[in-house]
Structures are given as structure tokens and as C-alpha cells.
Design a protein. Structure first.
Length: 210
């Protein structure tokens, strides 16, 4: 009588997670973005290994966003840059969990991460620091980043917009670029850009109406 013996050399192992390398700066090639988005759409939330691999792929770009915002005004909250660097993974993980899977993962992250960094900077600010020492714009802006509900709404709206409208919203609202600068960078007339912004404002009012 023979017994079935398993050859250890025939044992199969899970294949390592492979995520394409993303450029640190500049635009992500649409084909590359589609591959990464498809990976996240089908696996994330049930595969921590893929989540970690995706973070490694995006981390250099996310850190560039953090550094840019840090020197613009995040440092004025009084928190530490190292603490915000640690927050990047938590922010990335939370955003992946709530991503709807629609559209581009890269566009979604680039639109949502700055808002979450502002929230984290305010959360990590020294509690004994007077409000008057914090950035006036951050403390009084109608788009207050402490309003988590509005942040979520804006993130959701931004990812459903066309590519041009999404850039217009994020560049003008998030990055603070004047419409004249956006017009020059896009090769458009200032009048055309102003009309596009007015049209987008009307759309946002309908989207955000109670």
C-alpha cells in the first residue's frame, strides 16, 4: 500500500504583489494610472499587502505634496513635520477604505490628501497654542478643514468632475492659484477661464445644496 507524498519542491506560494513604479513628480501616464486604479479597485480592503505596496508606490508623490504644503502654511500650525509624515500612511489607508472605486485613484488621492493633511496638522497642533497664532486663513476660511463633512463632500464632488473641472477646482480652491495663472498655464483666455469657473460654481451649488 502506497501513501501519497507531497514533494516540498512542488509547494506553491502566493505571488508577490507587484505595483508599477509611479513618477515622483509630474503627470502620471493614463495607462499606468489605469493599471494602479484597477489593482486597488479589485483588491484593496481585503489585501493589506497590496495596500502597503500601493502606499510604497504613492509615498514619494504624497511626501512632495506634504513638503509643498508644509512650506506654504502647514508649519504655522506648530506641529512637527515628522508627525505629519507618519500621518501620511494613516491618511492613505483611510482614503483607500472609503474610495468608491470610480474614476482615477490618483486623481482621488491628489484631491483628497491635502484636505486630510490640513485636518491632521490642526489635530497635531499644540493644545496650549492660542488660536490667534495659527494661520488666519485656516482659522477663518469658509472652507474650514475642520469641517470634516464638507471635506468629504468636496472630495466626492471633485472625483466626479471632468478632468478640466477637477483641475480648475483643485488648483483654484486647494492650491490658491489665481484664475489668470490657470488660464496662462492652460493656454486659455482669462475670459474663458472665468466663465468656466462661474459654470463650475453653479454646478457645485447644485451638488452641495441641502
Amino acid at each position: 500500500m502506497s501513501a501519497l507524498v507531497h514533494d516540498p519542491l512542488e509547494q506553491t506560494y502566493p505571488r508577490p504583489v507587484v505595483v508599477p513604479v509611479l513618477p515622483i513628480r509630474g503627470k502620471i501616464d493614463p495607462a499606468l494610472d489605469r493599471i494602479v486604479s484597477d489593482l486597488a479597485r479589485t483588491e484593496v480592503g481585503i489585501d493589506p499587502e497590496l495596500r502597503n505596496a500601493l502606499f510604497v508606490a504613492y509615498a514619494p508623490r504624497l511626501r512632495r505634496i506634504l513638503i509643498r504644503l508644509w512650506y506654504r502654511n502647514l508649519s504655522e500650525f506648530g506641529c512637527e513635520l515628522e508627525d505629519l509624515e507618519q500621518e501620511l500612511f494613516l491618511i492613505f489607508d483611510a482614503l483607500l477604505v472609503r474610495w468608491s472605486g470610480a474614476g482615477s485613484l490618483s486623481a482621488y488621492l491628489h484631491g483628497a490628501v491635502p484636505w486630510r493633511l490640513y485636518d491632521s496638522a490642526k489635530k497635531l497642533a499644540p493644545r496650549d497654542r492660542p488660536l490667534g497664532d495659527r494661520p488666519v486663513a485656516a482659522a477663518n476660511d469658509a472652507r474650514s478643514h475642520s469641517d470634516a463633512g464638507m471635506v468629504v463632500l468636496l472630495e466626492d464632488v471633485a472625483q466626479r468632475l471632468s478632468s478640466f473641472d477637477r483641475d480648475l477646482l483643485l488648483w483654484h480652491i486647494r492650491d490658491g492659484k489665481p484664475l489668470s495663472q490657470i488660464a496662462a498655464e492652460r493656454g486659455l483666455s482669462p475670459r474663458t477661464t472665468r466663465r468656466a469657473w462661474l459654470r463650475l460654481q453653479q454646478h457645485l451649488r447644485r451638488e452641495l445644496a441641502p
